[in-house]
Design a protein around this ligand. Structure first.
Ligand SMILES: Cc1cc2nc3c(=O)[nH]c(=O)nc-3n(C[C@H](O)[C@H](O)[C@H](O)COP(=O)(O)OP(=O)(O)OC[C@H]3O[C@@H](n4cnc5c(N)ncnc54)[C@H](O)[C@@H]3O)c2cc1C
Ligand SMILES: NC(=O)c1ccc[n+]([C@@H]2O[C@H](COP(=O)([O-])OP(=O)(O)OC[C@H]3O[C@@H](n4cnc5c(N)ncnc54)[C@H](OP(=O)(O)O)[C@@H]3O)[C@@H](O)[C@H]2O)c1
Length: 623
């Protein structure tokens, strides 16, 4: 009945006849009875509805995707991976990457403090597609990691798409043309310009917007004051009295390395934290752990042996999910093991009484666990003051704590982390003029209402409702508990490539996640994280520095879990507009009804015909 009713007046009779015949056939075969489905429609309804329009075909081939202008902001490892994978995976992409620094590498370009190195093995902390078999140390130093990403960028042509020393200062959605207007400053010339893009991916890092603390008197201090991410390479620690504030991973690394070289060290660590020996059992050390030459040579000569070795080595970084879960045996075991290890190290340093003040109340893994070789030894050394009393203010010559004690120093290094609210470091204005930073900021008085979530409100950490054609690479809720950062970025960028391909192939003008999908994601996150130790009472970049707060720093699940989710996009969770001027979702996509491929007489139209022995039914026709 429906089909018949909606048959347009001007369509040929053959069309109506076919529908009639189908309707009658299906109705009469169902149970032998003739239902009202086969009855002819009342005559007055037959030629009434204007539901179908007469649209013009778009003169294009279905297999010729549109050109997409895509901008990536940031060229840390996330931007470099995007700059490598997107051109390979998205046909007809026109990609520009803006990076404010003078070279790629992000974290590994900027952080040059003594002792900076990865704390998971370098063989794990690299891409899947460009393995370096020749890492010199198990936990490579910052410079070697930086070099890896620079070489990769060179090899895959990322520099050709890159505009270095270009700072992005704002994004505005142009609703008329459905494009992003990106304000950029060329830091070398001072020239400001606006670039237009169909899609923008931010890859600005989680720790790039490092911050100094805001104590009174900060400007008065007359010695050297630096954030650890802004290290002064000229600084000579010999004979100096130095203060280091913060006991996150950066503070722990700097303290361990610097204390031997300075005359005196004041370490301000206001909160207790767990000090680990390793992640996944690979023990870090203060001194380099070089790979033996023979092993490196074997890896160079025998790629298959290297791959097998790496697979086995990396496997353990995918396990141990249960350690995250509240009251789990593995988390309890971790507490016992870490306590014992810290106790032993304090005993060896003749300071067993410190254990009580060092052990946190929160469970291990509430904040990111940090291997700290040499750290306990450094804070118990005679020349170190380990200070848990809160800082009151900076003075001309040092730091005063709230108990009124003043300590003079020559230099203060703030390992005080970064802005971890995950708000992009430039204004992003959406279609209705709303600023993303306002919506995500926790400081708004009307926070918590439907329109102002007050935290990084996203769908899969990938995109946010109300801001079309905008993706976040390694932003909120991006990476899981396990796996590695480069792997999770590869997986996420591949997901974005699927979205971009869909837009380019199907003539999607805009896509954004629906509010319902984002709400469902947040509800899942909340339920999931409640079952973990992450929502205990600790301050971390997972919770934006709000103890017990909503977790937006991690994917709600394991690394393997996020990989599974991102492999098959749930297209029903997105809202679309289309390039076709009449809003028809298929006109542009289906085009003239043909493929370019079949027009091209040299193309292989029978690629499905292969040696049957080579055919894998699981991937048959999946190309
Ligand atoms: C000292 C330190 C050590 C770390 N060690 C480890 C480790 O051992 N293992 C691990 O898994 N993780 C580690 N991390 C986390 C590390 O940040 C990530 O693993 C990874 O490097 C992040 O890469 P990214 O590209 O997402 O961000 P980033 O490396 O931060 O890169 C972001 C880039 O965006 C650019 N950018 C930002 N704003 C703009 C703008 N407005 N315009 C243009 N460009 C812009 C920045 O200049 C930067 O180059 C460490 C972090 C720090 C700070
Ligand atoms: N390879 C590595 O070993 C390595 C090295 C560095 C960083 N990282 C990565 O980067 C992440 C960030 O590490 P991070 O050390 O840079 O930052 P972080 O983990 O956020 O730690 C910041 C530290 O500064 C303290 N702090 C902040 N503001 C302060 C203030 N006003 N006064 C006193 N103390 C203050 C914090 O204390 P509270 O806890 O009390 O707030 C915390 O101890 C790590 O979790 C890790 O993922 C890894």
């Amino acid at each position: 009945m429906t089909a018949k009713k909606s048959t347009p007046e001007k369509r040929g009779s053959a069309f109506s006849e076919t529908l009639d015949a189908t309707a009658t056939r299906s109705a009469s075969t169902a149970n032998g009875n003739v239902s009202k489905y086969s009855e002819p429609p009342p005559p007055q309804q037959q030629h009434q509805t204007p539901r179908f329009r007469e649209l013009e075909l778009e003169q294009r081939y279905i297999d010729e995707p549109r050109k997409l202008r895509v901008v990536v902001i940031g060229a840390g490892l996330a931007g470099v991976i995007a700059g490598t994978l997107l051109p390979a995976k998205v046909p007809n992409i026109e990609l520009t990457i803006f990076e404010k620094n003078a070279d790629v590498g992000g974290t590994w370009f900027e952080n040059k403090y003594p002792g900076v190195r990865c704390d998971i093995p370098a063989h794990v902390y690299q891409t899947s597609f460009e393995p370096n078999t020749q890492w010199s140390e198990e936990f490579a130093q910052g410079a070697e990691i930086r070099e890896y990403w620079q070489k990769l960028a060179q090899k895959y042509g990322v520099y050709d798409r890159l505009k270095l020393s270009h700072n992005v200062t704002g994004l505005d959605w142009d609703a008329e043309d459905s494009v992003w207007k990106i304000d950029v400053v060329d830091l070398q010339t001072g020239r400001q310009f606006t670039q237009t893009a169909d899609f923008v991916l931010t890859a600005v890092g989680r720790f790039n917007a490092w911050k100094l603390p805001d104590y009174p008197g900060l400007d008065e201090f007359e010695g050297l004051l630096r954030h650890t991410s802004n290290w002064d390479p000229e600084f000579d620690p010999a004979g100096k009295r130095v203060a280091i504030i913060g006991n996150g991973a950066s503070g722990i690394q700097v303290v361990s390395h610097l204390h031997k070289k300075v005359a005196h060290l004041d370490h301000y660590a206001r909160s207790p934290t767990w000090i680990a020996d390793s992640f996944a059992g690979d023990k870090t050390s203060l001194e380099p752990k070089p790979y033996p030459e023979e092993l490196r040579q074997r890896f160079a000569e025998d790629p298959a042996a290297y791959t097998a070795w790496r697979k086995a080595f990396e496997d353990k970084y995918w396990r141990g999910f249960e350690t995250w879960l509240r009251n789990s045996d593995r988390n309890n075991d971790a507490r016992v093991a870490l306590t014992e290890s810290m106790k032993q190290r304090l005993l060896q340093s003749n300071r067993p009484e410190l254990l009580e003040t060092l052990i946190p109340e929160f469970s291990p893994h509430c904040r990111r666990l940090t291997p700290g070789p040499g750290y306990i030894e450094a804070i118990t050394a005679e020349k170190t003051d380990y200070i848990q009393t809160r800082i009151a203010r900076f003075t001309k010559t040092g730091i005063e704590t709230v108990d009124g004690r003043h300590r003079e120093v020559d230099a203060i290094f703030c390992a005080t982390g970064a802005n971890v609210d995950m708000i992009q470091p430039f204004p992003i204005r959406g279609p209705d003029g709303a600023l993303l930073s306002d919506l995500w900021s926790s400081g708004r008085p009307d926070q918590g209402g439907d329109d102002h979530p007050g935290f990084p409100y996203t769908y899969l950490g990938a995109a946010t409702p109300g801001f079309p054609n905008l993706f976040f690479v390694h932003g909120p809720n991006a990476a899981g508990r396990s796996g590695s950062v480069p792997h999770s970025v590869e997986v996420q960028v591949s997901f974005f490539a699927r979205c971009l391909r869909k837009a380019a192939r199907e003539g999607v003008r805009t896509l954004q996640p629906s509010r319902r999908a984002a709400d469902d994601f947040v509800e899942y996150c909340d339920a999931f994280f409640r079952s973990t130790v992450l929502t205990e009472d600790c301050s971390s970049w997972y919770n934006g520095g709000r103890p017990g707060g909503r977790i937006h720093g991690l994917w709600p699940g394991s690394g393997a879990h996020v990989e599974t989710v991102l492999r098959e996009p749930r297209w029903e969770d997105w809202e679309y507009t289309y390039l076709n001027r009449d809003g028809n979702r298929l006109m542009w996509y289906f085009g003239n009804g043909q493929t370019r491929r079949e027009e091209d007489l040299t193309s292989d139209m029978t690629r499905y015909v292969r040696d049957p022995a080579e055919i894998d039914l699981r991937t048959l026709h999946d190309w």
